[in-house]
Write a protein that binds this ligand. Structure first.
Ligand code: HEC
Length: 200
C-alpha cells in the first residue's frame, strides 16, 4: 500500500516537475530575449529623437518659470497700492476670504497677535515676497493666472496694509516688497536637529 501510494505521488510529482520545467524554459526564453534587446540598446548610439514630444519654447518655459524667492528674485516689473488692491479684492477675493480679509469659506489673511495665532499672513508668514508668489500662482481659486503683475502687487499691498505691516499709501514693487520685514520673520529658526529619538 505504501509502495503504490508513493508511486502515485511520484507520478504526480514528475508531471508537476515537467510543467514547471516547461514554464521555466519559456520564462527564461523571455528573459533572454529581453536581455538581448537591452544589450543592443545600450551598446549602439541612441537615436537623435524618439519620435515624440517637441522642444519647449522659451515662451512655454517663461509661463511656468514664475517662482519668486524670499529675496525678491523673480519679481516682475509693475507696482500697486492698497487702494488699487481694494478694488480687485472686492471683485476676486472677498467672496471666499471675507470683505476685510477676516476669513470666510477660506482662511483669514488678516490678523496680528503676539501668540502667532490664527495662522494669518500677519502672524505666520516670514517673507512678504511669498505673498506675491502665492497669489500669482494660486489665487483666485479656481482660476489662478488671471491677475496682472500690477493687480498682484496691489493685492499684496492691500493685505500687508490690512495687517498693519506697511502704510496705507505704500507702493509695492520689485524693490520695495523684498524690503518689507514681516512680524513673523523671527518666529522661524533654522532646523539644526540631527535626528535621534527626540526628533519626531
Ligand atoms: C473660491 C475661493 C477663493 C477665492 C475667490 C480666493 N481664494 Fe485665496 N484661498 C482659498 C483657499 C481654499 C485657500 C487655502 C487656505 C484655505 O484652505 O482656506 C486660500 C489661500 C489664500 C492665501 C493664503 C492664506 C494663508 O495664510 O494660508 C492667500 C494670501 C490668498 N488665498 C489670497 C487670495 C487673494 C488675493 C484672492 C483674490 C485674488 C483670493 N485668495 C481668492 C480660496 C479662495
Amino acid at each position: 500500500m505504501i509502495g503504490t501510494g508513493a508511486g502515485v505521488r511520484g507520478r504526480a510529482v514528475t508531471a508537476a516537475t515537467i510543467a514547471i520545467a516547461v514554464l521555466g524554459l519559456s520564462v527564461a526564453g523571455g528573459r533572454l530575449s529581453a536581455a538581448a534587446g537591452q544589450q543592443r540598446a545600450s551598446s549602439g548610439p541612441l537615436p537623435e529623437t524618439f519620435g515624440f514630444g517637441r522642444p519647449a519654447t522659451p515662451a512655454a518655459i517663461a509661463e511656468l518659470d514664475i517662482d519668486v524667492m524670499p529675496d525678491g528674485t523673480g519679481l516682475p516689473p509693475g507696482s500697486g497700492t492698497a487702494a488699487d488692491g481694494a478694488q480687485t479684492w472686492g471683485r476676486a477675493c472677498r467672496g471666499c476670504h471675507g470683505p476685510e480679509g477676516e476669513g470666510g469659506t477660506a482662511a483669514p489673511v488678516v490678523g496680528r497677535d503676539p501668540s502667532g495665532r490664527p495662522l494669518t499672513v500677519g502672524n505666520l508668514w516670514p517673507y512678504a515676497t511669498t505673498l506675491y508668489d502665492y497669489i500669482n500662482r494660486a489665487m483666485p481659486r479656481p482660476t489662478p493666472g488671471m491677475l496682472t503683475p500690477d493687480q498682484v502687487y496691489s493685492l499684496v499691498a492691500w493685505i500687508l496694509a490690512k495687517n498693519e505691516i506697511i502704510a496705507e499709501d505704500a507702493v509695492m514693487n520689485a524693490e520695495t516688497l523684498p524690503a518689507v520685514v514681516m512680524p513673523a520673520r523671527d518666529r522661524f529658526v533654522p532646523d539644526d536637529r540631527r535626528g535621534g529619538p527626540e526628533v519626531r
